[in-house]
Design a protein around this ligand. Sequence first.
Ligand code: 1QQ
Length: 404
Amino acid sequence: MNVASRLSVFLVPLAIALSACNSSNPGTTTTTDSPQAAGGNAILIGIGVAQTSNVALLGQEEVNGAKIAEQYFNEKGGINGTPIRLVFQDTGGDEAGAINAFQTLINRDKVVGIVGPTLSQQAFSANPIANNARVPVIGPSNTAKGIPQIGEFVSRVSAPVSVVAPNSVKAALRMDPTIKRVAVFFAQNDAFSKSETDIFQQTVKDQKLEIVTVQKFQTTDTDFQSQATAALNAKPDLVIISGLSADGGNLVRQLRELGYRGLIIGGNGLNTSNIFKVCKALCDGVLIAQAYSPEHPGAVNKAFREAFMKQYKKDPPQFSAQTFAGVQVFVEALKALDSKQKVTQLSLPQLRVDLNRQLLTGKYDTPLGEIAFTPEGEIIQKDFYVAQIKMEPDGKNGQFVFLK
Ligand code: 1QQ
């Protein structure tokens, strides 16, 4: 029997197992101590990202990337013939939600590892729980300083702010070498935003530019009149924003409405077309550094891009590509382990430990390019880009145009 028909045979018992697993009563879930406990014939990988709250503007793209990965790797035969099954638990946008989702994935769903959470702010709370339970976690979008250092079981496929953020400042200077005066904004209640602004501010100083003001806000803010007015009084010719998408998009809009005409750099939290509905036509021109390009050469990216395009009618965004890569790392590490010893015969605690050890040693040809990890779990990645938002005059549609 070929792999495709073997997989279709799996679908019936898997569907039954899943309906039990999705029950609203956790007491009905099977809880035997094996990697396939709750998944019938499938190996379960947890996806713990933000599907609700403001952070879902970012997390929804992660869900989309994960779903493409599940389909892609199962069509390629899963783990040497055994399919994978992704188990999604919504973290919402805060720490408590992430902790809850991680605990459910670890203890009830019995996943072999977790791709998540969406925010660094959530990772600093939820990842120690997985680390203590000896469950591998791969961060799909945690870019703050210190994430891999949370513990032995924590790694990430999202390159850190120190590597990504400086690229957009350099691109802004190439576009306008006369830039001298920089206004910096950051969300002071978010770990990623604080980490990213440190890098932006250091880069600005390294480039011999002057920081004329530093303005703070909260990710929950919607009104930025006082900070934006104060910043514009300092006459900046570049504005740099570290926040998340709803707040960041509103800040861009209000800066433009107050008459600011210079370049704006958005950090990673603005890195989604979901901000288009917030700043509309006024999103136009925002520069954002990228750890992924849909144009990246290579067979995996081509297949990923085509599948994504078919499903979602647009090019894959960075967060989708990173989450695909997170699932890919688990799949390829599981395959490598399985060729040494059948992973379905290992106890779940043993498999989780072996999987973590295995994934840190591999090299992966992903949509992000070839990646690997340092022994601490930091991503090693080669290619980075900068894109500029181009809005259509209707303010509804737009795109990320990659700079040459
Ligand atoms: C982090 C981030 C966010 C902007 C990702 C969605 O980079 O929290 O680390």
